[in-house]
Design a protein around this ligand. Structure first.
Ligand code: SF4
Ligand code: SF4
Length: 129
């Protein structure tokens, strides 16, 4: 059984983000280059973590469609750092799975020669504990 308070504390502990600093201006979402593909947008992550709706975020594809570009972090006037919440949520999912479900050689098979090295590093970060 999920304990929303405990899960919220875990996210805050992993990310070191203080969601109470958010003033709901929406600038993070307005600057997100992948806005249309995010089921939950960066400002919603902040709001939902504050409300303890962690399971919904963990079940969302937003944790994988986020590009980890950190534009939302750059844009936030309150230094809330929404992308860190998204990374922390993804890490919670990986920890819950209990093991790395995508091995390094499987990642390489999914990439092509045109992709930058950063994409490879990002894939390792996204799909491993
Ligand atoms: S880090 Fe993710 S949520 Fe933040 S602006 Fe980039 S794609 Fe959007
Ligand atoms: S830009 Fe910062 S303060 Fe504004 S909604 Fe996003 S997280 Fe909150």
């Amino acid at each position: 059984m999920d304990d929303p308070k405990k899960m919220k504390a875990q996210i805050e502990d992993i990310s070191h983000v203080d969601v109470r600093k958010c003033m709901r201006c929406g600038k993070c979402s307005a600057t997100c280059p992948n806005y249309d593909d995010m089921e939950y947008h960066p400002h919603q992550f902040v709001c939902m973590v504050e409300k303890g709706e962690i399971r919904k975020l963990m079940d969302s594809n937003s944790i994988y469609t986020c590009l980890s570009c950190f534009a939302c972090i750059e844009r936030c006037p309150r230094q809330v750092e929404p992308a860190k919440l998204i990374e922390a949520t993804r890490l919670m999912v990986e920890r819950e799975r209990g093991a790395n479900h995508l091995k390094p050689d499987m990642i390489v098979q999914k990439l092509d020669d045109q992709l930058p090295q950063q994409a490879l590093a990002s894939a390792f970060r996204k799909y491993t504990k």
